[in-house]
Design a protein around this ligand. Structure first.
Ligand code: ATP
Length: 462
């Protein structure tokens, strides 16, 4: 598809030269010699991008941007400016322009800026189209993301919603597995039924069976009343089995039976109960490897893996980072009594460059923390946690101290290193890692979550 670019400048000569350059680059070039003429063209012609001079008599670039937004033209606008007015250009970016380029215009600059802006514009349009298509049947407006990697996820969700198919969500910790599980449930024919989530790693092993299947009063010490288990609670709805890779082998056999025959017995009962649940399982571990190592039942794996949706790591969908920043700032700002906050372009650049080992959860925590400590309306790069600017991230093994030192960050970094080392040493077996660290398995699980550690990556030594 040929993109149409509208050039707005009051210098007729420059209009001609730029139009020629753009045509040679394969674009369709339209020209306007004033802001008012540009608006007329926009109302008449389909335009993909506006390239506009900042200073023009009458309506300048800034005023044109405001008028475009008022009229609902969601088209990226790139400002052209002489070096002396860079400060104005930055202000225009804050007001919503996509980028600016210096005059005299360098061909390389122009090529890169236009192709970035048009790529984003195409992604936003594709995403809007996809969402419209999906929302004819489903609602996914809670899910943030326009990147190609996330669009694949959205497509998979829409394919699998309507059926009762078992779904396996894979991906590092914090990539949104639970959010996706909820989206599938709430857009399925079972949406009026319950969505029940169980974290298999967080329940003590001795209580797992009762957690899933319930128990009858008196069946063991502490069973003071009958209890409905998660399979009973999720009847006619969806049961989300998070961290399924941490489920002990003995329990895996029992879960498999429910999947196959839809029956189970509460602990201490000989009466079978039937249940109609859809299972969505999630893991950040490599189940196939675990099957090969005898740590996970092959038959259960094949049963769960009927429809797998791999969730991309945040570093593989960096285009979505600015969108997440907007979403989380809009969420935390008012909640923490600070409205109208935003990140400076430098801060956004630093946040986009950071590798986010803890994925969206880590980003969410970082935004919350930045909002908490913000003293002005704009959060600058210097207000971000010190590790953001370091390419290695907080798990890096650099011994040098960042000055001024942030003790909480240093402690978290140390805690992270030790946990990762223990997980590596025990090949990801969390019970053993917890023993080495002298903490309970539950406490380990909470720390892994809090620090955004990926067990798979820890084991792989990434
Ligand atoms: N696409 C998304 N849009 C909006 N928020 C998201 C999205 N994906 C994840 N989040 C947010 O990121 C955080 C982590 O997501 P979630 O708990 O679903 O991840 P997870 O993969 O299940 O993590 P874990 O494996 O550690 O349980 C949540 O607060 C969630 O709201």
């Amino acid at each position: 598809m040929t993109h149409s670019i509208l050039i707005v400048d009051d210098e007729p000569k420059l209009l001609d030269v730029l139009a020629g350059m753009l045509e040679q680059m394969g674009y369709r070039a339209l020209t306007a010699s004033s802001g008012a003429a540009a608006l007329q063209t926009l109302d008449r012609d389909p335009v993909d991008l506006v390239l506009c001079d900042l200073r023009m008599p009458g309506m300048g670039g800034r005023e044109l941007l405001a008028e475009m937004s008022r009229r609902g033209h969601k088209i990226p606008l790139v400002i052209m400016t002489a070096y002396s007015s860079v400060r104005d250009a930055v202000a225009v970016i804050k007001e919503g322009a996509f980028d600016y380029i210096d005059k005299p215009i360098e061909l390389d600059d122009l090529t890169a800026t236009l192709s970035n802006a048009l790529r984003l514009q195409d992604a936003l349009r594709d995403n809007a189209r996809l969402r419209e298509e999906l929302e004819g049947r489903h609602r996914f407006d809670t899910l943030v993301g326009v990147s190609p990697a996330f669009q694949t996820v959205l497509r998979s969700i829409s394919e699998v919603c309507a059926a009762k198919t078992t779904v396996l969500l894979t991906g590092e910790s914090g990539t949104g597995k639970e959010v996706v599980a909820r989206a599938i449930h709430f857009n399925s024919p079972r949406s009026a039924g319950p969505f029940v989530a169980v974290n298999c790693a967080a329940v003590p092993e001795a209580l797992l069976e009762s957690e899933f299947f319930g128990h009858v009063k008196g069946s063991f010490t502490g069973a003071v009343a009958n209890r409905v288990g998660r399979f009973g609670q999720a009847d006619n709805g969806t049961l989300f089995l998070d961290e399924i890779g941490d489920m002990p082998l003995a329990l895996q056999a029992k879960i498999l039976r429910v999947l196959q025959d839809h029956v189970y017995e509460p602990v201490g009962s000989t009466l079978s109960k039937t249940t109609d649940v859809r299972i969505i399982a999630a893991t950040n571990r490599d189940l196939e490897k675990m099957v090969a190592a005898g740590q996970f039942r092959g038959d259960l794996f094949y049963r769960l893996n009927v429809f797998a949706i791999p969730l991309p790591a945040l570093r593989d969908r960096r285009e979505d980072i600015p969108l997440f920043l907007d979403r989380f700032v809009a969420e935390f700002g008012p909640a923490l009594g600070k409205k109208g906050l935003s990140f400076s372009p430098d801060a956004v650049r630093a946040l986009c460059a950071y590798p986010w080992p803890g994925n969206i959860r880590e980003l969410q925590n970082c935004v919350e923390r930045s909002v908490l400590s913000a003293r002005r309306d704009v959060i600058e790069a210097s207000d971000l946690p010190p590790y953001i600017g370091q390419t290695q991230g907080p798990s890096g093994s650099r011994g040098d101290i960042v000055f001024p030192m942030d003790l909480d960050d240093e402690c978290a970094r140390f805690e992270r290193q030790r946990i990762i080392a223990a997980l590596k040493q025990t090949d990801g077996v969390q019970v053993r890692a917890a023993e080495i660290l002298g903490i309970t398995e539950r406490s380990l699980w909470h720390r892994v979550k809090k620090l955004g550690i990926s067990v798979t990556r820890a084991v792989a030594g990434d």
